[in-house]
Write a protein that binds this ligand. Sequence first.
Ligand SMILES: Nc1ncnc2c1ncn2[C@@H]1O[C@H](COP(=O)(O)OP(=O)(O)OP(=O)(O)O)[C@@H](O)[C@H]1O
Ligand SMILES: [Mg+2]
Length: 496
Amino acid sequence: MSIELEPPIAGPDGKPRQRKVRPARAKAQPEEKATAGNGAAPGDVAEGDGAAADGDFSESAPEPDAAKPPCPSVGKQETSGSCKMTTKGLVWRDPDDDEKPPIVVAGQFEIIAESRDDFGFNWGILLRWKDPDGKSREWAMPKSLLAGDGIEVRRALLDGGLYVAAGGKARNLLNSYLASIHTKARAKAVTSTGWFGKTFVFPDCAIGRENGDRVILQLPNFVDHAYNVRGTLEEWQTNIARFAEGNSRLALAISTAFAAAIAGPCGTESGGIHFRGRSSVGKTTALNVAGSVWGGGDRGFIRSWRATANGLEATAATHSDALLCLDEISQLSGKEAGEVAYMLGNGLGKSRASRDASLRKPASWRLLFLSTGEISLADKMAEDARNRRQTAGQRVRIIDLPSDTGNHGLFDNLHGFESAARLADHLRSASSRFYGTPIRKFIEAIAPELNNIAVSIKGSVQQFVEDNCPGDDCDGQVTRGCARFGLIGAAGELVT
Ligand SMILES: Nc1ncnc2c1ncn2[C@@H]1O[C@H](COP(=O)(O)OP(=O)(O)OP(=O)(O)O)[C@@H](O)[C@H]1O
Ligand SMILES: [Mg+2]
């Protein structure tokens, strides 16, 4: 692969990641500090670039400002009037009773920006905090989650490792505080990863800006993602990519990974390829290799089919315009298999009611996925007692591919390794050490010329289909499947 680009980039937690995308206003001016309640400024986490710190709440902490108007209160509801962000977290003092011990409502967090979509809706607040491991976390919280009792907000914050106090009083204080936050820093909110104009949005950052605004993924839940970066492009090429030469399945897996990033701009439909074959031929290894193009980390980039069925929409929304690697189809029940494959390929989630019974907009996505299993989707579906048959639509959404080449399991060329098992073990180990950089380099390279590249790739795909499905002999399903391989081939050529 010969992409030559900018040097590696650092993420908000300082790890080598993509280039740090700062908030629209990198350093808030004094008059631009995020405010909440009756003017208290939320705290600054040491090296943060958000709002200003307010100190400790110990003995030396400033007394409540007597000049400020008393907190309005409705019935028993608590307000944020006396909530202050301190180094110990968000602290509330009873304005009417100095003797009462203060309550730590939540751990310390920063307000980075207020966000909204292109139409001025879907307002949110971009929050940042450190989890108990010291890892920096960000979440763009939709403000609509504050309409009810805020349980989803607390769940997401807790999920991301922020301390949130239990109890009704703390709950109301946190809700009020978050609802009253105001800052002039702005970001653009989107609800899935992927391309928005010439900007590509990852769960934790974006490559490019929209009209100068930072673009952020804003979802009702805290997104624990694997779009991490480790190692250089050269290390990835030397330790992983070069073994794709002469190995058709590995080349296909890597090319699919890159194709996922251009499928959307090319207007290609979502869909997947399923590596089917006996145990220990290298299927999961191929998935690891493809996943290393996009990310990795503690639990790798690949997901299990089982987990995906449980949280399909959230998973798909965080893999839009990206690669989704799904291991071991046997973990899925026959009953769910067809529906999940269909939904993944269809790009649209189910409409469902939110907690307040209003209808939530279904999640939408476009993605390419790679799957593995000892059996095909059709076999899986046949396990269902209702004896459901795979439909042509399902067949084209997930194309079955024998993983065994007839030579060395999934491999043709062992590149000097003494056995296929050794090559597989090397690739698996390398994929856990070098990941994420290739796709960021690729996206940075194609973003400025995205439209021209999409036109050129569409031309290649059309040619591929004409060459392989000549005349009117081929039915629509075959042509669609062929177009997916055409796209993957074109992406592979683009990066070699
Ligand atoms: N082509 C191969 N030939 C022989 N052994 C292999 C081959 N590929 C992988 N192995 C061995 O099998 C182990 C598991 O590899 P991998 O997870 O890729 O297999 P798999 O095809 O996904 O198997 P399963 O269906 O059981 O999940 C490897 O650690 C390696 O030792
Ligand atoms: Mg496997």
